[in-house]
Design a protein around this ligand. Structure first.
Ligand SMILES: NC(=O)c1ccc[n+]([C@@H]2O[C@H](COP(=O)([O-])OP(=O)(O)OC[C@H]3O[C@@H](n4cnc5c(N)ncnc54)[C@H](OP(=O)(O)O)[C@@H]3O)[C@@H](O)[C@H]2O)c1
Length: 356
């Protein structure tokens, strides 16, 4: 993504949307609704549906695409690559994000996954399919570039590093992350990625001391050390990904990251540290689409029509969230969800009311 192309994209679409639909990401602009590609079977039919949905999203005001090498056994990355290549939208207008850290099967789950891993990746140690070894991430990144058919990835996440805490103590995991970050700083210097981030499920929203906890200030320190080691002038750590929805609003409510004046929520600390937050699972993987779970007065203020739109706008309204990543493999869902952007997000007082 570059500045000029993302601004041109915004200029083409912004009149269809309410205020703050497009938001800053570095010197560029991104839509506050992104398309995610996690769920669904690893089938050709689902690939076709994702292809149509991603093209529809790009053509109607969504310039954030989120995937991961292991999603649907590399099929999601490959379909993102096809959709992007065939779209009329300029590649440079799009924030393309993917993740590495889990074993990527190749198109389908092998009959004997353990044997597959032993054969394909004999040199690495995995914890539930997760590995942060810099060489493994290097290989994954190369494969992602190929799957996506691009020269460079805008945002490359280390995927769910908290899994490593099941086997290693926190200090060891931070050391592993620093080594991974150092390699990613090098890949950024080589032009293979623009930025990197950390995509989490539990790590950043649980209380300090929880078994899955990772501290954002420590991640930032490790990224600075990685930048020094790699000789990059400043760190390329730019983003965090975590779930955010009315059932999982801990990134706003749980104060677990040590700031200058005491502990802060993940969203607040990230905001002050200049890190963008991308919210995953805004619909609780589809569960919030039938009926809203927001308190009535808040749902009314959200001014959006459907339960899905309300859930998406709730996530987009959270202070510190740059974009809500919505899993969409059905074009009709894209039309409904993107229309959420026609409504303004909640202001701070409206958002706070959810927690009163
Ligand atoms: N970092 C992580 O650990 C992590 C974890 C989970 C997800 N993510 C990222 O975040 C993205 C979003 O999370 P998610 O996909 O797990 O969950 P989600 O966005 O909360 O929900 C996606 C599900 O809702 C359905 N849906 C979407 N719009 C709908 C509508 N208007 N009406 C009815 N159903 C609708 C989708 O169906 P269709 O697909 O058929 O449209 C899909 O089954 C993922 O795709 C992925 O990119 C990251």
């Amino acid at each position: 993504m570059n500045r000029d192309a993302s601004w041109a994209y915004r200029n083409e679409f912004h009149e269809s949307f309410a205020r703050t639909y497009f938001r800053r990401f570095g010197d560029g602009l991104v839509s506050s609704i992104g398309v995610g590609t996690y769920l669904g079977k690893p089938t050709d039919e689902r690939d076709d549906d994702y292809y149509a949905a991603i093209r529809e999203a790009l053509a109607t005001g969504v310039n954030v695409v989120d995937t991961a090498i292991d999603y649907r056994h590399q099929r999601s990355e490959r379909v993102v690559g096809r959709a992007l290549a065939d779209s009329d939208v300029d590649r440079e207008a799009v924030l393309l994000a993917t993740k590495g850290g889990f074993v990527p099967f190749d198109g389908e789950r092998p009959a004997d996954p353990a044997a597959y891993v032993r054969e394909e990746f004999p040199e690495y140690e995995f914890v539930r399919g997760n590995c942060l070894d810099p060489d493994f991430l290097d290989e994954s990144l190369d494969r992602s570039l190929e799957n996506l058919g691009v020269d460079s990835i805008d945002l490359y996440y280390v995927h769910t590093p908290e899994v490593q805490l099941e086997r290693h103590d926190a200090e060891t995991v931070y050391d592993m992350l620093e080594a991974a970050f150092t390699r990613l700083e090098e890949r950024a210097a080589a032009g293979d990625i623009d930025h990197y981030g950390v995509a989490t499920w539990e790590a950043l929203r649980v209380p300090a001391g929880h078994d899955s906890y990772l501290s954002i200030p420590e991640l930032v320190r490790r990224a600075r050390a990685a930048s020094d080691a790699a000789g990059t002038t400043s760190t390329h750590l730019r983003a965090l990904q975590l779930p955010f929805n009315v059932r999982m609003a801990d990134a706003f409510t749980v104060e677990s990251h040590a700031g200058p004046e005491g502990r802060q929520s993940a969203l607040w600390f990230a905001h002050e540290a200049g890190l963008d937050v991308f919210a995953s699972a805004p619909l609780v993987q589809g569960e919030l689409t039938a009926e809203t779970e927001l308190p009535d007065p808040v749902a009314e203020r959200l001014d959006a029509t459907t339960a899905a739109q309300q859930a998406i706008n709730f996530a987009r309204s959270a202070p510190g969230v740059t974009s809500a990543l919505v899993g969409m493999g059905t074009p009709e869902h894209v039309a409904e969800n993107v229309a959420a952007g026609e409504h303004s997000p909640l202001g701070a007082d409206g958002f706070d009311a959810v927690f009163e």
